[in-house]
Design a protein around this ligand. Structure first.
Ligand code: HEC
Length: 178
């Protein structure tokens, strides 16, 4: 074999070896990806990560609609108040259906027993009753929000009845100790 021939042979051998290395690398990468995916899948299955994200998103929606419900009631606008009451109850249902647990706390069950009754009561009075009784049952909803925050280690999130058409309607002051 001449020099060029043996050089070509060596070259081919190098090429074959490097193809093998690339193939091995690819296989390894594929394995790693599969491992990553299965980690993500099992985290998704347990739902913990997803639900943490979902609960605060649900709460943000609840807060916005609850505030607007209060403002519509203060403006004596029954159609608008009914619209926001529907929105509030949809999110309450979503929480009951979709968030059984959050950090080990039984969110679905607490939402059903603490918040749902005050929302149902507001529905009862919304159709025909005078505004003062609608306002009373609206206050019941706000109390339920805070009662559940107290029951779920979030007593520092204190929701208040909106007093103006601006802001978050949340009390940001440090709570006074009794
Ligand atoms: C089932 C119990 C429960 C009920 C009922 C409940 N909350 Fe919450 N809320 C929580 C928990 C738990 C958190 C903390 C979530 C987290 O860790 O991300 C929270 C967080 C929040 C936050 C902070 C997130 C943000 O966007 O600033 C707001 C605001 C809030 N809730 C508003 C409300 C309002 C308004 C109501 C009533 C209409 C309500 N919540 C009813 C349990 C509840």
């Amino acid at each position: 074999m001449n020099l060029i021939g043996s050089a070509a042979l060596v070259g081919t051998a190098v090429a074959i070896v490097s193809v093998c290395i690339v193939a091995a690398d690819l296989a390894k990468m594929r394995e790693e990806l599969a491992a990553l995916q299965s980690v993500e899948l099992s985290a998704g299955d347990e739902g913990e990560g997803d639900h943490e994200e979902e609960l605060s998103t649900y709460m943000a929606h609840l807060q916005r609609h609850t505030s607007k419900l209060g403002l519509a009631i203060q403006s004596r606008n029954r159609d608008l108040a009914e619209f926001y009451l529907d929105e509030v109850s949809e999110f309450v249902e979503d929480i009951i259906d979709n968030v059984p647990l959050h950090d080990g706390l039984e969110i679905s069950e607490l939402a059903r027993t603490i918040l749902l009754p005050s929302v149902t009561q507001t529905y009862r009075v919304m159709d025909n009753d005078a505004w003062p009784s609608i306002e009373t049952s609206y206050k019941g909803i706000i109390d339920s929000c805070n009662q559940c925050h107290a029951s779920t280690e979030h007593a520092f999130i204190r929701i208040v009845i909106p007093e103006s058409n601006h802001g978050f309607h949340q009390d940001f002051d440090v709570a006074e100790t009794d």
